[in-house]
Design a protein around this ligand. Structure first.
Ligand SMILES: *[C@@H]1O[C@H](CO)[C@@H](O)[C@H](O)[C@H]1NC(C)=O
Ligand SMILES: *[C@@H]1O[C@H](CO)[C@@H](O)[C@H](O)[C@H]1NC(C)=O
Ligand SMILES: *[C@@H]1O[C@H](CO)[C@@H](O)[C@H](O)[C@H]1NC(C)=O
Ligand SMILES: *[C@@H]1O[C@H](CO)[C@@H](O)[C@H](O)[C@H]1NC(C)=O
Length: 435
C-alpha cells in the first residue's frame, strides 16, 4: 500500500550557535569498566583464553551501559537500611519513591523525564540485579517501546521484575528472579502498577494499557489471564484495564532448549522445586559454568558466549526429568510457542475460550525485536483508540498482516547500531544534535 501522506524532513548542517570544542576523546576504547576474569574463574569455567577474552570484552561493554554504576553501586536499589517499622506488609506498596530522577546518567530522549520507585511484590514464584531494565542507560528497549510511548505523550510504568534491580530484601535475604514464570511476572507488574498509582496518584490516569514483549509478552498474557478471571486480589486495578499489546510471547518456555536459556531458568529453580539440583539438567562442566555466571552476574550476551556447545553442558535426558515437565505446566498457558503456527492455534483457542476482540497481527520477515519497530504506528494508534474510548476498528477475532511499501529485500534487516551514552564533555563532538 503506498503512503497517502509523506513528511518532508529538512535537516541543517549549519551550526547556528556552536559550542567551542576544546577536547575530543576516543570513545570506542574507553569503556567505563576494567573487568577481567581471575585465573581461578577461568579455571572454574574451563574457559579457553579466546572465550575468556570474549567474556571480558562483553562484560566491560555491559557494565559501561549501567547508569550510576548499576544496581550494586546505586544506593537507590539498597533497601537494607529500611527501618523495621517500614517493612512492607502487603504487595503493591512503594517502599522508596524518587519523584525526580537525575536523567543525566541515562540516555533517555531529550525532554523526557524519569521517576523511580521500589515496590513490594509477592514471591509466587534469569537474570541478575543488573539485568533490570531500569539500570540500563537506555532502559534496555530504548526507542523500540518505552521512548516511543513517552514521545507519544504517555506516562510509562516500566517494572523491573522481582530479583532484578533490588536483589536483597530489607532483612538481607536474597530475592531470586523467577525467569519465565509468567504468573510471577504478572503479579510483579500489577503490584508495580499499584505502587506507581499510589505514589503518583495526581499525575497518572487511572486507565491503563499493558504492553509486553518476549518474556514481557508472556507476562502480559499472564496479566490478561489474571484480570479476565476476576481475581479478587486485583479488583482495585482490574476495572481500569483497557487491553494489551502482546508481542512475540514465547509461552512454551521449554521450546527454547539452548543451554544458556536453560541456565537462566535453572539457576533459581530450587526456589520453586527445593529438591532440584543443577546436575539434574547440566553436566559437571555446565554446573561450573553456572557457578561462574553467578559469580560475575553475566548478561544475556555473556551467557551466549559461555554456554555452547549444548552437548557438552546439558545432560542428554534433562527434558525427561520431572522438573522439566512441572516447569512446563507452570509456565505454559496452553500450547503456545513463538513459531507462527502454534501461536495461531493458541490465538484460535483463546478466542473460543474468551469471546472478545483479539487481533493477531503478523509482520512478514519481522524478527523478534524488529517486528515491534515495524508495527510501531499500528500499535500506537491502537493504544490511542483505547484511551479515546473508541470501539476497536476490527472487532472480534481477526488476523491481519502488516504490508510494506517495497518488497522485503529493500529493508534493513536488523539494527546495527546502538544508543551510546556520551554525557561527558570530551565526547560532545559526537552529539551534533545536542546544541
Ligand atoms: C576443558 O577443556 C578442554 C579443552 O579446552 C577439554 O579437553 C577438557 O575435557 C575440558 N574439561 C572439562 C572438565 O570439561
Ligand atoms: C563509571 O563507573 C563507576 C564505577 O562503576 C561508576 O560509579 C560511575 O558512575 C561511572 N561513571 C560514568 C561516567 O559512567
Ligand atoms: C525475609 O523477608 C522475606 C520477604 O518478606 C521473607 O520471605 C523471609 O522469610 C524473611 N527471612 C527472614 C530470615 O526473616
Ligand atoms: C504451518 O502450517 C502450514 C499450513 O497448515 C504448513 O504447510 C506448514 O508446514 C506448517 N509449518 C510448520 C513449521 O509447522
Amino acid at each position: 500500500m503506498p503512503f497517502k501522506h509523506f513528511a518532508l524532513l529538512l535537516l541543517t548542517a549549519k551550526l547556528a550557535l556552536g559550542q567551542a570544542i576544546s577536547v575530543a576523546a576516543t570513545q570506542s576504547t574507553g569503556w567505563n569498566s576494567s573487568f577481567e576474569l581471575s585465573f581461578e574463574q577461568v579455571k572454574l569455567g574451563n574457559l579457553t583464553s579466546g572465550m575468556a577474552t570474549i567474556i571480558n570484552t562483553i562484560t566491560n561493554f555491559d557494565r559501561s551501559q549501567l547508569a550510576n554504576g548499576g544496581a550494586h553501586e546505586d544506593e537507590f536499589y539498597n533497601v537494607q537500611d529500611l527501618p523495621e517499622g517500614d517493612w512492607p506488609t502487603e504487595p503493591g506498596k512503594a517502599i522508596k519513591i524518587q519523584e525526580s530522577t537525575d536523567p543525566s546518567p541515562f540516555a533517555i530522549p531529550a525532554k523526557t523525564a524519569m521517576s523511580r520507585i521500589v515496590y513490594s511484590t509477592t514471591n509466587a514464584n534469569g537474570f541478575y540485579a543488573n539485568g533490570a531494565p531500569s539500570v540500563h542507560r537506555a532502559l534496555f528497549y530504548a526507542d523500540i517501546v518505552p521512548f516511543a510511548l513517552a514521545k507519544a505523550g504517555y506516562a510509562v510504568v516500566a517494572p523491573d521484575y522481582a530479583g532484578l534491580g533490588v536483589d536483597s530484601s530489607w532483612n538481607g535475604s536474597r530475592i531470586p528472579h523467577q525467569y519465565f514464570v509468567r504468573q510471577a511476572g504478572a503479579y510483579d507488574a500489577l503490584n508495580a502498577l499499584r505502587a506507581a498509582k499510589g505514589s503518583f496518584s495526581e499525575r497518572l490516569s487511572s486507565k491503563y494499557v499493558v504492553m509486553g514483549h518476549s518474556q514481557g509478552g508472556a507476562v502480559a498474557w499472564g496479566l490478561a489471564e489474571i484480570l479476565s478471571r476476576g481475581d479478587a486480589m486485583f479488583e482495585d486495578v482490574s476495572k481500569d484495564y483497557l487491553g494489551a499489546v502482546i508481542a512475540a510471547p514465547p509461552t512454551d518456555a521449554l521450546s527454547f532448549t539452548t543451554a544458556g536459556f536453560l541456565a537462566w531458568v535453572a539457576k533459581d529453580l530450587d526456589h520453586i522445586y527445593p529438591t532440584f539440583k543443577l546436575s539434574d539438567w547440566f553436566t559437571p562442566l555446565g554446573v561450573r559454568r553456572i557457578e561462574l555466571l553467578n559469580q560475575i552476574e553475566g548478561s544475556q550476551m555473556v551467557t551466549f558466549a559461555m554456554f555452547s556447545p549444548d552437548e557438552e553442558l546439558l545432560q542428554p535426558d534433562w527434558r525427561k526429568t520431572s522438573y522439566a515437565k512441572a516447569f512446563e505446566g507452570l509456565t505454559n498457558p496452553d500450547d503456545v510457542t513463538v513459531p507462527y503456527n502454534t501461536t495461531k492455534t493458541t490465538v484460535e483457542d483463546t478466542c473460543q475460550a474468551y469471546p472478545g476482540d483479539l487481533e493477531f497481527v503478523t509482520v512478514p520477515q519481522g524478527s523478534h525485536f524488529s517486528a515491534i519497530s515495524a508495527a510501531q504506528q499500528m500499535w500506537l494508534r491502537w493504544i490511542e483508540g483505547r484511551f479515546d474510548n473508541q470501539p476497536v476498528a476490527k472487532a472480534g477475532c481477526i488476523e491481519s498482516q502488516l504490508d510494506s511499501l517495497l518488497s522485503s529485500e529493500n529493508y534493513q534487516v536488523l539494527p546495527n547500531s546502538f544508543l551510546q551514552w556520551a554525557g561527558e564533555p570530551q565526547w560532545s563532538y559526537e552529539l551534533p544534535t545536542a546544541l
